[in-house]
Design a protein around this ligand. Structure first.
Ligand code: ADP
Length: 211
């Protein structure tokens, strides 16, 4: 899943996971697990994420490499938020080649003006990770998770000035990955994701997957 922060990669990855039965591998979620554990690495990561910057390539690469060693990825997997730099893209290619996996890239195209509005209304359940949007997909009871009743939270990096910094990091460090994808001849598809129900967008993504 490729696209700017707030393009709905996480939402789409979760829908596809249910539909295809493939694991959803999100570097953002894995990093947040470290932050919650409050270990030494977690404290370092928290500072970087809060500032809207990217964590180092070595760390992101290592997280994904370790995750791909688990047997549940054999039928297929959904990568969300990785690769985010050209260096990560090269690493990903090597990892997938080794397993004889062929990546298909879905680039979620979203109007930037919509992104800030979307992300600043975003809420997340600290317990189960469910995502809500106050404008588009609010919880049934205000501020409480539909699944487990936990009080919803705003991610530290979903504040407006930080969102703008994340978009800058995306433009500068992540957009060049598109050049890598093109040069490497990786299967690439643009998916219009500004409007429309998440289920409809998920359908468009399923259409680009090989039989
Ligand atoms: P979003 O796509 O909405 O920005 P994520 O949960 O994917 O949300 O990422 C949140 C933050 O985690 C990023 O702003 C960055 O600091 C860090 N991060 C996630 N994935 C990577 C990665 N592959 N490389 C570097 N940093 C990452």
């Amino acid at each position: 899943m490729f696209g700017p922060p707030g393009s709905g990669k996480g939402t789409q990855a979760k829908l596809l996971k249910n539909h295809l039965g493939w694991p959803h591998i999100s570097t953002g979620d894995m990093l947040r697990e470290h932050v919650q554990a409050q270990d030494e690495l977690g404290i370092e990561i928290a500072a970087v994420m809060k500032s809207g910057q990217l964590v180092g390539d070595d760390l992101a690469n290592r997280l994904v490499e370790t995750r791909l060693e688990r047997p549940d990825v054999e039928a297929g997997l959904i990568l969300d938020g990785y690769p985010r730099t050209v260096q990560q893209a090269a690493w990903m290619s090597k990892l997938l080649d080794r397993k004889d996996f062929r990546p298909v890239v879905a680039h979620l195209k979203v109007d930037y003006n919509k992104i800030v509005a979307r992300l600043s209304g975003r809420r997340v359940c600290p317990q189960c990770g469910a995502l809500y949007s106050l404008a588009f997909n609010p919880p049934r009871v205000s501020e409480l998770c539909d699944n487990d009743g936990s009080r919803l939270m705003i991610r530290d990096d979903d504040r407006e000035e930080i969102i703008r910094r994340r978009l800058e990091a995306y433009d500068r460090q992540t957009l060049p990955v598109l050049g890598y994808i093109r040069d490497a001849g990786i299967s690439y598809h643009e998916v219009e994701a500004t409007d429309g129900a998440p289920a409809r967008i998920a359908q468009r993504i399923c259409e680009i997957l090989p039989e």
